[in-house]
Design a protein around this ligand. Structure first.
Ligand SMILES: Cc1cc2nc3c(=O)[nH]c(=O)nc-3n(C[C@H](O)[C@H](O)[C@H](O)COP(=O)(O)O)c2cc1C
Length: 317
């Protein structure tokens, strides 16, 4: 979980408990620092996640020191010599990653939290990808994993492993702001939107807050007659917001992190430019109404914050 939501504490706790913890921070120096801090806490394998639209050469070198590198969003290409997984939203993308030499792919369903590449439910994409790729090719499933039964269903459907984000956002070790976690624990619905698209105009799943209320007119897509179906419809930001996001996107990659951070801290629910950064515990609580409160559909089934080790134990059934 990017933007520093998943750092060494969470990753190490997940790995130590028998999962594969993933660090997601920007910049070569931060990746090295977080990986070293996680290595101090666990001797077990660790992963580093890189978002391809933003990652630069030095980031790949630093990430290559992890046991697994996971990439997302962009043309899959082997950039590190070790174990490499690419998260995909379609069969075509999974095939492309396999051809590019990925050691496995994560198939992401539309129900997932954070940025959403998938357009169909995870189990459906898994079935299609299984049919299209060699029988022994590792396929991991992301989206809809919050309880042991979800993991079992994924494995029974042919997944090599299950990937969970939202459930670990609500782990004690995650760096989500406490006020963000409170909103998530209370949430029962999510919106798939492109609202928080400054620098990265890509669909993402969030829980409603003042910013979504202001710009999306308080849509309540989930509390309808057909929950799943409505919740999977992309609710677009107003045209002017989208135009601005697209205009600024090409330069965003080269915006210094300090400037991005300044922009994020100044943003208000009424700002037309809303950055993709999520509220972390080292920022002000007011950001919970101005930033993206990323969460997957499973948020409706999660009602507590627990230690990561307990979550791994529960998911393992
Ligand atoms: C808060 C949050 C941040 C995320 N950030 C990233 C990211 O930086 N890179 C990435 O590959 N996936 C990211 N994801 C997506 C996850 O890899 C995964 O697809 C998703 O969490 C699965 O759905 P779930 O949240 O319902 O478990 C994020 C998800 C969440 C909830």
């Amino acid at each position: 979980m990017g933007g520093g939501l998943s750092r060494h504490g969470l990753a190490a706790a997940v790995s130590e408990a028998g999962g594969l913890g993933t660090i997601a921070v920007g910049g070569a120096e931060a990746i090295r620092r977080e990986l070293a801090a996680a290595r101090d806490l666990t001797g077990r394998p660790l992963a580093v996640n890189l978002l391809l639209p933003f990652a630069r050469r030095g980031w790949f070198e630093a990430a290559g020191e992890a046991d697994v590198v996971v990439t997302f969003w962009g043309r899959p290409r082997r950039r590190t010599p070790g174990v490499w997984l690419h998260q995909c939203g379609s069969v075509a993308e999974a095939r492309e990653a396999q051809s590019a030499g990925a050691d496995g792919v994560i198939v992401q369903g539309v129900e997932a939290g954070g940025h959403v590449r998938g357009t169909v439910p995870a189990l459906e994409l898994l079935e299609r990808a299984r049919a299209a790729l060699p029988a022994d090719y590792p396929l991991l499933l992301a989206g809809g994993i919050a309880e042991a039964g979800d993991v079992r269903a994924a494995l029974e459907a042919g997944a090599t492993a299950a990937v969970a984000g939202t459930r670990f956002l609500l782990a004690e070790e995650s760096r989500a702001h406490p006020a963000y976690r409170e909103r998530l624990v209370a949430a029962g619905e999510t919106i798939l939107t492109d609202l928080f698209g400054a620098a990265w105009p890509a669909p993402h799943r969030v829980v409603p807050n003042a910013a979504t209320e202001r710009w999306l007119g308080g849509v309540r897509p989930f509390r309808g007659i057909s929950p799943g179906k409505d919740e999977r419809r992309l609710v677009r930001a107003p045209g002017a917001n989208r135009a601005l996001n697209h205009l600024l996107a090409p330069g965003a990659r080269y915006t210094p992190p300090s400037l991005q951070l300044g922009m994020m801290r100044r943003q208000r629910p009424g700002s037309r430019l809303l950055t993709p950064a999520g509220p972390t515990d080292d920022g002000p609580a007011t950001l919970v109404d101005a930033c993206a409160l990323y969460a997957g559909e499973t948020v409706a089934r999660i009602g507590d914050v627990r230690p990561a080790a307990a979550i791994v134990r529960d998911l393992s059934g």
